[in-house]
Design a protein around this ligand. Structure first.
Ligand code: PLP
Length: 510
């Protein structure tokens, strides 16, 4: 080392001075508790204003207007204090944030969240455990495992089960498809895809889903090098559940063409209609053809919580793997999702060893490592703590009661829509998703798609109520996704009234 460097290094005394002053106060550590409490308090006040001031699900602001505010932000000039920071955040974000907790928000699959989960969030980010290995998480590893076991038990799996928390349903579905592909290849072709890549036969692999299944299945097939062509979309019945005859025909047809069925993906609660495929029958067919059976219960997993409606999930225990999204149907903040397998040995297919994290010679009973089961995350948030706090404090039964209220409101809304001459309702839902359109009988010569598009857009930019839309057979439909127990039949009736008014407004304008 040359003397020059030694001379220029700051001396110990001046470092100590900085430490005693407030130079390090912004780092979360044992001497910065006051700063931490102040920051959290100011953030909390911001949330109080959010609850008090955001009285409609959306402010209605146009993207261009919101974007123009961003032009003034200069990252080279930091703000003075937390107060000015949160004031700016309110202008840019909070004042216009979509308020999922309001009963008039019934657009997408966003649930209101429960408070114990929010309290857990405070710990999750401050303590900042990483769930990949025991030496970065300790108790966190066992809490996650216990929640996986609990969920698997609700599904009906025995103690041979396993699984992992991850970012969302799309990722869990990817894991399901990956195991299906690699398992088939190992079992039937004696080919290890993890090491050797897709075999030549893989261009003929076929996966069967309903035409109403989630689009992540298509994306996942293409990510895995099978291409979207590998996904066979099976017709649904009048209630948008996979049609069994069509499935069997599709399977035999693919076999006749020389293709290789590897998996059936059943949807327990479709994103658009909230209806469940016939899970039991799909399980029998999967068994008959020796196919991997994955169930996407991202939405329908909430039925695990209720005794009244649990029977709708009968057959889920036949699955080889299951996707559950706690952030859809367990009132959890994003992200909270899990991938569960019936047979823990199947997860060995994806195990990778990194010498610095989970070396090959490690005894995993002595030193567990959840990273063995994760495909796309190494460093991983302790999201499981939110569900832990929720179940320990509120219990399954209370969550189940919330779920039942939601289903009842959807049922009442569907029955009401059935009585309305100027609405066309496409489905009754097992969960809370209703697809319909305004279609006044007495009016003629109007474009129903354009009218319903107008209704959706007008509602959005007034921000008063938020609903979703979808296309069925190329026609534009409106959609309610009821996930909030605070939404009542009076709310949905009132929203339908607004829809009608905007529809009339449209008809008068043409
Ligand atoms: C939302 C949804 C998904 C995707 O889950 P993310 O958590 O958004 O990734 C998958 N399947 C179904 C049926 C869904 O509704």
């Amino acid at each position: 080392m040359n003397n020059q460097v030694l001379l220029e290094a700051p001396d110990i005394d001046s470092l100590q001075e900085l430490f005693d002053g407030d130079f390090y106060k912004d780092i979360f550590h044992e001497n910065s508790e006051e700063e931490y409490s102040k920051a959290i308090q100011i953030a909390r006040e911001c949330i109080s204003r959010f609850l008090k001031n955001n009285k409609t699900p959306f402010s209605g602001i146009k993207p261009a207007d919101l974007l123009s505010v961003f032009k003034t932000i200069d990252f080279n000039t930091p703000l003075e204090n937390y107060k000015s920071l949160f004031e700016e955040i309110e202008t840019l974000y909070v004042n216009h944030a979509t308020a999922f907790h309001l009963p008039n928000y019934i657009a997408h699959l966003n649930c209101p969240v429960v408070i114990p989960a929010l309290a857990a969030e405070v710990l999750i980010s401050a303590i900042n455990s990483s769930q990949d290995t025991y030496d970065q998480s300790a108790g966190g590893t066992f809490m996650e495992r216990k929640l996986i076991d609990w969920t698997a038990n609700q599904i009906g799996f025995d103690s041979n089960c396993d699984g992992i928390f991850n970012a969302g349903g799309s990722q869990s579905n990817l894991m399901g498809l990956l195991l299906a592909r690699d398992y088939y290849s190992l079992e039937h072709l004696k080919h290890n895809i993890k090491i050797d890549g897709n075999p030549p036969e893989s261009s003929r692999f076929r996966i069967f889903v309903s035409e109403k299944s989630h689009f992540s299945n298509l994306k996942n097939a293409s990510l895995m090098g099978l291409g979207e062509q590998a996904v066979i979309k099976v017709k649904t019945d009048s209630q948008f559940r996979m049609n069994l005859k069509s499935l069997e025909r599709a399977i035999t047809n693919e076999i006749e063409l020389g293709n290789i069925p590897i998996a059936i993906i059943g949807t327990a609660g479709t994103t658009d209609f909230g209806n469940l495929d016939p899970l039991n029958d799909l399980g029998k067919i999967a068994n008959h053809y020796n196919l991997w059976y994955h169930i996407d219960a991202a939405y329908g997993c909430g039925l695990l919580l209720t005794d009244t409606y649990r029977h709708l999930l009968n057959g889920i225990e036949l699955a080889d793997s299951v996707t559950v999204d706690y952030h859809k149907s367990f009132f959890q903040p994003i992200s909270s999702s899990a991938f569960i397998v019936r047979n823990k040995y199947h997860l060995n297919i994806i195990k990778h060893h990194a010498d610095y994290l989970n070396p090959n010679d490690q005894d995993y009973d002595e030193l567990p490592a959840q990273i063995n089961k994760s495909i796309t995350q190494s460093t991983r948030r302790f999201d499981a703590l939110k569900l832990w706090c929720t179940l320990r404090l509120l219990g399954k039964e209370k969550l189940g009661q919330y779920t039942e209220v939601i289903i009842d409101t959807a049922k009442k809304t569907a029955l009401f829509l059935d009585t309305q001459d100027d609405f066309e309702l496409l489905n009754h839902s097992d969960l809370g998703a209703l697809v319909f359109r305004y279609l006044p009988k007495n009016e003629q010569n109007y474009d129903s798609c354009a009218m319903n598009q107008y209704i959706k857009k007008t509602l959005f930019f007034t921000g008063e109520v938020l609903i979703a839309s979808t296309k069925v057979e190329d026609k534009f439909f409106l959609k309610f996704t009821i996930l909030n127990p605070l939404t009542t039949i009076n709310h949905t009736k009132n929203i339908l009234k607004k829809i009608k008014n905007h529809g009339q407004e449209y008809l008068q304008s043409i």
